[in-house]
Design a binder for this molecule. Structure first.
Ligand SMILES: Cc1ncc(COP(=O)(O)O)c(C=O)c1O
Length: 392
C-alpha cells in the first residue's frame, strides 16, 4: 500500500504539544509567540498518520468496551513482535525474559540513574545532546560529566581520550549514550561502539544506551544496537515504538536488561508499570505490520533532507548543515553569520514565526545552533524554511 506523507492533517484541537502547546511553551520561556500562523518544528513528533495496521488494531481494541488494568506479560504476541522486529531488522537476538516495560524512554533513563548510581556520582553524557539527559541527572542529584563530541566540520566524533579520562574517575559510574545521536544525527559505527564499550568495561562504567531513534535512519545507512555487537549483560538498551511510529502519546518503551540483578534493581526503582491496552495492541501491530510504512517514511525523509540541503546551500549559505546519518533532526550551525543568539532567535521565532529549538538546550556553547525536527509534509517544511531564509 502507498502512504501519502504529503497529506496535511490539521492537528490543532487534538491536544498535541506541538500544535496546542502554546500556553505551556510561552510560560516556560521557550518562545514568545505562538499563534495560528506559527509553524512548530521544535519537537520530535511527526505530522504523519500512523501505519494503517496500527490504526486498525487500535480500532479493534476500542471495540472491546472495557479498559481495565492490563498486563502484557501473559501476551506472547507482545514479546514475539519485539523479538521479531529487532532480530529481522537489526540482527539483534533479544531474550524475551530480558525485556522490561517502561512508560517512556526518558522515564527509563531516570530509573536507570536511580537504580545504578548513587547521589553525588557522575554520569557521563556527550553534548551537544538531548536536553532531558541533563535534567534527569541533575534532578536525581547526580553530576553531569561532559564528554563533549568533537565537531569535525559538521561531522561529530567521540573524544575517546577524554572519555577514557572521565570513565577512569571512580566517581563516574554511568554513561548515557544517545544512539543514533540527537541532535547531531550520527550513527555510531561498530568500531566506535566497540571502543566506547571497551573503555567503559575497563573502568566499570555502566552503559545505558538510548536507541529510540534507531529505526529512523537514512535509507543507505545501517544502525547497530550496541548490545548486538557487545556481549556484556550490563548494557541497558532503551527501545520504543514511541518515536518510530508516531505513538509517543501511547507511552510504550521496552528496556532490555540482560543482567538479572540489574533487571531486578530496575524493576524495584521503577515500581509497578504496565502498558495501556492501546499500547499493547499498537506495539504488536507496529512491529509485525509497520515495516512497509516505515520504509516509505524513510524514503520520504531522505527526500526532505536532500531538499533541505540544497535549500540551505542556495538560500542560507552561511549556515553549516550536514545531512544526518540517523534521526529526522537537522542541526544547523549559524556561527558564520556573526549574529548574536538573541538576534538569530528573534528572526526565526518572532519574525518568521517558525519554532525551531535553540541550541543552548543541548549544552553550553551551542547558542549559535538551532535544531529542526523535520517529520512533517514537505510543503510545511518548505514554507517554514522560506520564511526563515527571508529573515536572513
Ligand atoms: C534521544 C531521545 N530520547 C528519548 C526521547 C523521548 O522518549 P519518550 O517519549 O519515550 O520518553 C526523545 C524524544 O525526542 C529523544 O530524542
Amino acid at each position: 500500500m502507498h502512504y501519502d506523507f504529503d497529506l496535511m492533517i490539521d492537528r490543532r484541537g487534538s491536544d498535541a504539544i506541538k500544535w496546542d502547546g502554546a500556553e505551556m511553551l510561552i510560560k516556560y520561556g521557550y518562545c514568545e509567540r505562538f499563534d495560528d500562523a506559527t509553524i512548530p518544528l521544535f519537537v520530535a513528533d511527526m505530522d504523519f498518520a500512523i501505519p494503517d495496521p496500527v490504526r486498525d488494531a487500535l480500532r479493534r481494541r476500542a471495540e472491546q468496551p472495557m479498559f481495565g488494568y492490563t498486563t502484557h506479560t501473559a501476551n506472547s504476541d507482545y514479546y514475539a513482535a519485539i523479538l521479531g522486529w529487532f532480530g529481522r531488522r537489526m540482527q539483534w537476538q533479544i531474550n524475551k525474559d530480558h525485556i522490561v516495560f517502561s512508560p517512556g524512554t526518558v522515564a527509563a533513563v531516570n530509573t536507570c540513574i536511580q537504580a545504578y548510581s548513587q547521589k553525588g556520582e557522575g554520569i557521563i553524557i556527550q553534548p551537544p545532546v538531548y536536553a532531558p539527559f541533563f535534567s534527569s541527572i541533575k534532578n536525581n542529584e547526580r553530576l553531569v560529566v561532559e564528554n563533549r563530541l568533537i565537531n569535525d566540520n559538521g561531522y561529530y566524533r567521540i573524544d575517546f581520550a577524554d572519555l577514557d579520562a572521565k570513565a577512569a574517575q571512580p566517581e563516574n559510574t554511568m554513561l548515557i549514550l544517545c544512539s543514533p545521536h540527537n541532535p547531531v544525527g550520527r550513527i555510531w559505527q561498530p568500531d566506535e561502539l566497540r571502543q566506547m564499550a571497551e573503555i567503559c568495561q575497563r573502568h566499570d562504567v555502566i552503559i545505558v544506551t538510548d536507541e529510540i531513534h534507531g529505526d529512523l535512519i537514512r535509507c543507505d545507512q545501517t544502525f547497530y544496537p550496541l548490545a548486538s555487537l557487545i556481549d556484556d549483560p550490563r548494557i541497558v538498551t532503551c527501545t520504543a515504538i514511541n518515536k518510530t511510529f508516531n505513538l509517543a502519546g501511547l507511552h510504550c518503551s521496552n528496556i532490555v536488561i540482560a543482567d538479572d540483578k540489574m533487571r531486578e534493581a530496575y524493576l524495584k526503582a521503577q515500581g509497578f508499570q504496565t502498558p495501556t491496552p492501546f499500547a499493547i495492541s499498537a506495539l504488536i501491530a507496529a512491529y509485525n505490520e509497520g515495516e512497509e510504512w516505515l520504509e516509505q517514511l524513510k524514503a520520504y525523509l531522505d527526500n526532505t533532507f536532500n531538499w533541505l540541503d540544497k535549500f540551505i546551500g542556495k538560500n542560507l549559505p552561511d549556515v553549516a548543515f550536514r545531512i544526518p546519518e540517523g534521526t529526522y533532526i537537522a542541526w544547523l550551525d549559524f556561527n558564520a553569520m556573526q549574529l548574536s543568539p538573541e538576534e538569530i532567535h528573534d528572526r526565526i521565532y518572532n519574525k518568521a514565526n517558525v519554532l525551531f529549538q535553540d541550541g543552548n538546550h543541548f549544552g553550553e556553547g551551542y547558542d549559535h545552533f538551532q535544531r529542526i525536527c523535520l517529520p512533517s509534509p514537505l510543503a510545511m517544511i518548505k514554507e517554514a524554511m522560506a520564511r526563515v531564509a527571508a529573515q536572513f
